[in-house]
Design a protein around this ligand. Structure first.
Ligand code: THU
Length: 142
């Protein structure tokens, strides 16, 4: 069943924050807005570093922002990305970010919006982006 939330406004939240991306090395500005079980939205942008591996993706910053504020259940995420204010492609979250999202959701129900604009986006589940995933349940002691 399609989840009932305003997709365009979640994408707008990501777009509004994209200008804060710190990406002087790649020139690729990414922004993400996470919707949580409590109905609150948390954003994050990519933050790069002169020591390249020290940088972090927008999706992880958004998830860690939510978790740092006490959230433990994610229901959707909108992602936008591009150069010079032009989001010409549908962004695809990296593998590490997919795994980080996996920790705090039901992958079959987690909606991922890969957006160019509030009107133009691809909608997927995390399960589709990260099939047969490993999660907290796998560590449960039997
Ligand atoms: N990036 C993200 O923020 N999210 C992704 O899923 C892919 C890559 C960032 C990391 C780096 O700052 C820049 O995009 C180029 O890789």
């Amino acid at each position: 069943m399609k989840k009932d939330f305003d997709r365009a406004s979640l994408i707008r939240r990501a777009l509004a924050q994209q200008k804060e991306a710190y990406a002087p090395y790649s020139g690729y500005q990414v922004s993400a807005a996470v919707l949580t079980g409590s109905g609150t939205v948390y954003t994050g942008v990519n933050v790069e570093n002169a020591s390249y591996p020290a940088g972090i993706c927008a999706e992880r910053n958004a998830v860690f922002h939510a978790v740092s504020c006490g959230e433990r259940r994610l229901t959707a995420i909108a992602i936008v990305a591009g150069r010079d204010g032009a989001n010409v492609n549908f962004p695809s979250p990296c593998g590490i970010c997919r795994q980080v999202m996996r920790e705090f959701c039901n992958p079959k129900e987690m909606t991922v919006l890969l957006a160019k604009s509030p009107e133009e986006y691809k909608e997927m589940t995390l399960e589709e982006l990260l099939p047969e995933s490993f999660g907290p349940e796998d560590l449960a002691r039997g």
